[in-house]
Design a protein around this ligand. Structure first.
Ligand code: SAM
Length: 336
């Protein structure tokens, strides 16, 4: 174990999000959109290189790794890779965020092999609207796969990007869905990441507004029983007489920069210390150069952490200077 990494604001790095691919089979308006150009395969980190990064990260105090994308399950062999990674690093909490469209054939195998948690994105309760948002007709399969994950004994969190004028008319249906299943249904505020997502201030359906509106529809009580693995920055509410819970993530209106413990690795091997900054640090050349080795990669990460910004300050400054485009890179390339 090396010394834990601390940034200049006293924050540690205990959570790493690793994008295993920038490719996705959906084209969500708020994330990738149509017309994405994908990174050529030789530039994408190989699975062994990702394992090297996790080994390094565990050494400097990373306790949780989330695989993301693009869509992780479009990458060949991802399910087996995840099982292998979870077995190799039993002390690292290993999880995945997926759109849930391609997991069907893997659910049983993952559950039996110890992958017992799934975060699945679903932004609407309406099939037509799902197609409008994602560009693909996959609503039924996602709903079915959520239920299959629950049947297989997995803990399921459903994530929904909260957008005014897009899905804010569906709160009764969302609450009904959350009440009918043992899921955590979490709203994430629409974030200004990527220049082509059409983000505007008035499209943000804030966590506070959602709570006020939801309290008029259901009896909600702040949740005292956190799940075993925590729920990060989400404020959780029990739905009285319901099976599931409602979660609110104020990723825009009240960003959790002061306690941000995240590092992000893009699929082509760049480190990002802040979602709201386009500043990246190249790890891939060092990872592929035996002479430099992992010590050198660690040095890059430690040095990058020293200048990890307070993203919310950045967000304010940049939106004052350049309209609303803060981080120009699409979320699909970063991994959320
Ligand atoms: N394909 C996977 C999925 O759909 O969950 C993983 C990648 S996706 C980039 C990771 C998360 O980022 C998803 O929960 C998605 O809803 C969220 N996301 C993408 N763009 C966003 C935005 N502009 N604001 C808030 N959340 C966003």
């Amino acid at each position: 174990m090396h010394a834990p990494i601390l940034d200049s604001h006293g924050r540690t790095a205990s959570y790493m999000r690793i994008s295993v691919t920038d490719r996705c089979n959906l084209r969500c308006t708020y994330c990738a959109g149509e017309g994405m150009e994908f990174i050529p395969h030789p530039k994408i980190l190989r699975y062994e290189e990702i394992l090297d990064i996790i080994a390094l990260a565990e050494g400097f105090g990373v306790e949780k790794v989330r695989f993301t994308g693009g869509e992780p399950f479009v990458r060949l062999g991802f399910a087996d890779f995840m099982i292998a990674a979870a077995n190799r690093f039993p002390n690292v909490d290993m999880c995945v965020t997926t759109n849930g469209t391609l997991i069907g054939e893997h659910i049983e195998h993952l559950a039996k092999s110890g992958v017992r948690r799934m975060n699945i994105s679903l932004d609407t309760m309406n099939r037509k609207k799902y197609e409008q948002i994602t560009g693909r007709d996959k609503f039924d399969i996602v709903r079915e796969n959520i239920d299959r994950c629950l049947d297989a004994g997995m803990t399921v969190k459903v994530n929904s990007v909260a957008m005014r004028g897009v899905n804010d008319d569906e709160l009764p249906e969302f609450l009904e869905y959350a009440a009918s299943r043992e899921i955590d249904f979490r709203f994430i505020e629409f974030m200004p990441v990527g220049t082509e997502t059409g983000w505007k201030d008035d499209l943000v359906w804030t966590a506070d507004d959602i709570l006020t509106e939801a309290q008029q529809l259901a009896d909600l009580r702040p949740s005292v029983n956190g799940p075993k693995h925590g729920h990060g920055p989400a404020r959780m509410y029990d739905i009285v007489n319901g099976k599931g819970r409602l979660g609110l993530i104020s990723s825009y209106s009240n960003h959790f920069c002061a306690t941000c413990n995240r590092l992000r690795i893009t699929s082509d091997g760049f480190l990002r210390t802040c979602l709201f900054s386009d500043k990246v640090y190249k790890l891939r050349p060092a990872l592929r150069n035996e002479k430099l080795g992992l010590d050198f990669v660690e040095r890059i990460i430690r040095s990058a952490m020293r200048s990890k910004p307070i993203g919310y300050d950045l967000l304010r400054k940049m939106s004052a200077n350049h309209g609303h485009d803060v981080c120009h890179t699409r979320m699909a390339s970063i991994g959320g």
